[in-house]
Design a protein around this ligand. Structure first.
Ligand SMILES: [Zn+2]
Length: 324
């Protein structure tokens, strides 16, 4: 080997080493970490790895307390139990998806507010119904609705809304102000047709004159209930949602919400008559009737509405936001 060739080879070797050394210092790479140069044909076959879309719901944790037993669940799994507890099998996919968004929003807002010290309960009248018993076929349907709406929540002015819902309204929902006295811009009365298939769409409570008097006098001793029972009831005023706002009983004005409690009525949407010596209350709808009607949502879905349209109808002014 000639001197010239050796010198040339050394120069080539140095030329190769310098970038490696520079790389070693700058990139803090060890020699063994220098990426290999792949032959062209191999490089062409390298494709971007297919990454599955990460489920936002699966990464959130919900604390749940059922019958005194506390547990920790991924939000996605908790929502399966909520939907199974809240909805009957056979509901339309769009109604289930709308319920998934409402339930997710309700859950996150409750957690944000530290309700029950951070542990949600499974009482439908307090937090949300929840059941661990879900058959495989129904579970697959619910999981689809949850995945479809992954991370989607309802907001108003940047805050999670109070996403209330209930079984059925009897034809029109109620505004929050009519039930709790405070205006909530997205919880207002809206029409809710097509709920007739709901199991508690209509109800009836009968009460003798004596029982009626006893119940009212316990709560309102100042009520004047003497003489003919037919004359005990006076003027009635109604809410925008078709519920009884207040009713005059023995010259005392009693709120419809209070009448619902006293007589165990399905809702404040009631008519009453005095028939055959008995007071008869006939109710429409079940629950507080504020927010989304589950059977109304299903009726909308049967008519072709999307889950977004259902939410827009029952929570007017609220907007959808995707968590990421
Ligand atoms: Zn609760």
């Amino acid at each position: 080997m000639s001197e010239l060739f050796r010198t040339g080879a050394a120069a080539v070797l140095m030329a190769l080493l310098i970038p490696v050394l520079v790389l070693t210092v700058k990139g803090r790479l060890k020699e063994t970490e220098i990426p290999p140069v792949l032959p062209a044909e191999t490089a062409e076959t390298v494709t971007e790895p297919v990454t599955e879309k990460r489920s936002w719901d699966a990464q959130q944790t919900v604390l749940l307390s059922v019958d005194g037993v506390q547990q920790e669940l991924p939000l996605a799994e908790y929502l399966v139990g909520v939907l199974a507890g809240e909805l009957p099998q056979g509901f339309e996919p769009a109604a289930i998806a709308a319920q998934a968004v409402a339930a997710r929003t309700f859950t996150l807002r409750s957690m944000e507010q530290g309700k029950h010290g951070g542990y949600l309960c499974s009482d439908a009248a307090c937090c949300q119904a929840w059941t661990p018993d879900v058959d495989d076929q129904w579970r697959a349907v619910l999981e689809d609705a949850i995945a479809l709406t992954d991370g989607q929540v309802l907001c108003y002015e940047g805050e999670l809304i109070e996403a209330l819902f209930f079984s059925c309204s009897g034809g029109r929902t109620e505004s929050a102000v009519a039930v709790w006295g405070g205006e909530v811009p997205y919880l207002v009365a809206v029409d809710s047709p097509g709920e007739e298939e709901a199991p508690r769409y209509s109800g009836e409570v009968r009460c003798s004159g004596a029982d009626f008097r006893g119940i009212v006098m316990d709560a309102y001793p100042e009520a004047m209930l003497s003489g003919t029972p037919e004359n005990w009831l006076g003027q009635v005023t109604y809410t925008d949602g078709g519920g009884v706002d207040a009713i005059e009983v023995g010259a005392v004005s009693i709120p419809g919400t209070q009448m619902r409690k006293l007589f165990g009525l399905n809702s404040t949407n009631f008519m009453f008559t005095f028939e055959g010596e008995k007071f008869v209350f006939r109710t429409l709808g079940f629950g507080h009737r504020v927010g989304m009607s589950q059977y109304g949502a299903n009726a909308m879905a049967q008519d072709g509405a999307t889950w977004q349209e259902i939410l827009e109808h029952y929570y007017p002014g609220a907007s959808l936001l995707a968590q990421s």
